[in-house]
Ligand binder design. Structure first.
Ligand SMILES: [Fe+2]
Length: 167
């Protein structure tokens, strides 16, 4: 179709994000099942619920803006493939949790970048409603990222990986 206007770019961003979030809804339960620390499992489960909400917001934006067609977010496919490699790994549970947090934070940062772009484009095009919805999701992605950092730095890694390494 070609990118002939900012509106076209925004539509592409919405389609890409919709694919990304839908892929995540399928992937997060596997990551939660693979996590050992209760707080990590809980954080992933909570974010799964939020992610379902992100899909709904994107569907609302897509219908408001008249976005046509579908696409596959290849970047999310790759990030999830890397996450699934960790899911299949054996070894120390705390080490695996640390690797899962790393994979999840890559996903969050990708989404933070994408929603930042979508929000800016929507605001530039005076789609206030869409910009607000992107902003709400962006805040939840940022909060999820911060929570993962908190879990990683809250003694989880020290109590598991390093303690074992010292013995
Ligand atoms: Fe999301």
């Amino acid at each position: 179709m070609g990118l002939n206007s900012l509106e076209d770019v925004l539509h592409e961003q919405v389609k890409d994000l919709l694919s990304a979030e839908q892929q995540l809804v399928d992937a997060l339960p596997k990551m939660s099942a693979a996590a050992s620390a209760k707080e990590l499992k809980h954080a992933i489960d909570e974010h799964l619920e939020e992610t379902r909400g992100h899909v709904r917001r994107l569907e609302e934006v897509a219908s408001k803006l008249g976005v046509q067609g579908q696409t596959t977010c290849k970047a999310m496919k790759g990030l999830i493939a890397e996450g699934e490699e960790i899911v299949k790994e054996g070894g120390d549970p705390a080490a695996k949790d640390a690797a899962l947090i790393g994979a999840a934070q890559r996903v969050e940062h990708y989404e933070i970048a994408a929603y930042g772009t979508a929000k800016t484009l929507a605001a530039e095009l005076d789609h206030g409603d869409a910009a607000k919805l992107f902003s709400e999701t962006l805040d939840e992605e940022s909060a999820a990222d911060s929570l993962l950092t908190k879990i990683a730095t809250g003694g989880l890694l020290r109590g598991g990986v390093n303690e074992k390494a010292a013995t």
